[in-house]
Design a protein around this ligand. Structure first.
Ligand code: GDP
Ligand code: MN
Length: 390
């Protein structure tokens, strides 16, 4: 789960990372008010969306008067901001962060990620920040410093100092960097984060380190024990298809194709997507309804898949071990009637109670397409899809 920059800054500040003063605004008037409240002579208006690359997309603007802050805020509110990291629809701007502008002497990059190879938290840092890490890795790979943290001892001070030195920091900045590193590491560990990124971490006009931007992501499987993090969720920034699936407890990932998939088991879901591709089609989603799927759960899966307007055909593929084909068949029939299905549905059932399941489908009188094997089901689905496209 992602959170907004201002939320990440508040969290990191709580652990001791220095951040600029700022205030949140839900309207242009409030943005202007925030600028006056903060005082000074320059402010930065920052669109709060779950994406980086806002600067290049016009989502970050340096302003010289509270009126300018308010005017720029006016142009941002309600806009769909498209950045390099969003899709073509962009993300809606409903909150702005107004910050006292900082003077930048140098921009550094600092990230904490989970390194799957070493199975440890890894720090990635560079003395040349500001640009996205992907671009940095490409154009300036030599500047990247990587450091793996041993979970048994944690981040030890000498390691943090070594990293600070290698980034060219001097004097009081060393202690400041050690403080920032320690704080980020603690925040990462104590809140079950999967990513902490400060880009840029700047050296300001007074020569001090300040987090000018902040990004944090969290392990959704750990949210149950981090209610203070869970409540930061902002549904306006999520793919509506995935939000709905999340509420239903379904594992769903939206994709770009047009064949909707309802499958049980993550492995079978992957295999089904492969088979659709092999047959010449494109899956619209990954969806695992899980074991022991009740008819109600199947109905929810249908509703979730149908929130995607691109879907032209639905392919249901169930291998019932824990599941029961008759339950799934009941769910399919129920869903078909409840949602007023207008697109073709292909069903392949195998495993526990398969005869009973097939009998329910056949006796429903609904125009369902059935298949015995996965390959056959994928072929039928792709064929139906092509017929609709023609
Ligand atoms: P991102 O583009 O979404 O990563 O947003 P950032 O918060 O990183 O801001 C983008 C860029 O705007 C930064 O890299 C800075 O160059 C610039 N910027 C942001 N805040 C300030 C500020 O207070 N003063 C100045 N001079 N530039 C800023
Ligand atoms: Mn940034």
């Amino acid at each position: 789960m992602d959170i907004h920059e201002y939320q990440a800054k508040e969290i990191l500040a709580g652990f001791g990372v220095p951040v600029p003063r700022g205030g949140l605004a839900y309207s242009p008037e409030q943005a202007g008010y925030r600028a006056r409240e903060l005082g000074g002579s320059a402010w930065v208006v920052k669109a709060q969306i779950h994406s980086g690359g806002r600067g290049e997309a016009g989502g970050v603007k340096l302003c010289r008067s509270p009126e300018e802050v308010q005017d720029y805020a006016q142009t941002l509110f309600g806009r769909q901001l498209v950045t390099k990291q969003t899709d073509a629809n962009g993300k809606g701007v409903y909150r702005l962060w107004v910050e006292a502008a900082s003077e930048i002497r140098q921009e550094l990059y600092l990230g904490f990620v989970l390194d799957r190879k070493s199975e440890r938290i890894m720090i990635v840092a560079s003395a040349h920040g500001g640009m996205e890490i992907e671009d940095l890795a490409e154009s300036d790979a030599d500047s990247l410093r990587r450091m793996v943290i041993d979970p048994a001892v944690g981040l030890v001070p000498f390691q943090a100092r070594e990293l600070a030195f290698s980034l060219g920091l001097r004097g009081g900045q060393i202690a400041q960097m050690v403080n920032v590193l320690t704080a980020c590491h603690r925040a990462y560990r104590e809140l079950d984060a999967t990513m902490v990124e400060i880009n840029p971490l700047i050296i300001n006009g007074s020569g001090d380190l300040v987090a000018l931007d902040a990004k944090m992501s969290f392990d959704t499987n750990a949210l149950y024990r981090r209610p203070e993090v869970a409540e930061l969720r902002d549904r306006s920034q999520e793919d509506p298809r995935e939000s709905m699936a999340g509420d239903y407890g379904l594992a769903y990932v939206g994709l770009d194709g047009d064949i909707g998939c309802i499958i049980n088991g993550a492995g079978l879901a992957m295999a089904t997507m492969d088979m659709i591709k092999l047959a010449g089609g494109e899956p619209a989603n990954f969806l695992d309804i899980g074991g022991g799927a009740s008819p109600e759960r199947v109905v929810r899966a249908f509703r979730t898949v149908l929130t995607d307007r691109n879907v032209q055909v639905i392919l249901v593929n169930i291998f019932a071990g824990i599941n029961r084909c008759d339950w799934v068949a009941e769910g399919v029939v129920k869903a078909y009637r409840e949602v007023g299905m207008t697109i073709p549905v292909v069903v392949r059932l195998a495993g526990t109670n398969v005869e009973e399941g097939q009998r329910i489908l056949a006796e429903s009188g609904l125009p369902l397409h059935t298949a015995d094997t996965l390959a056959e089901a994928a072929d039928i689905a792709v064929g139906l899809r092509q017929k609709r496209a023609a």
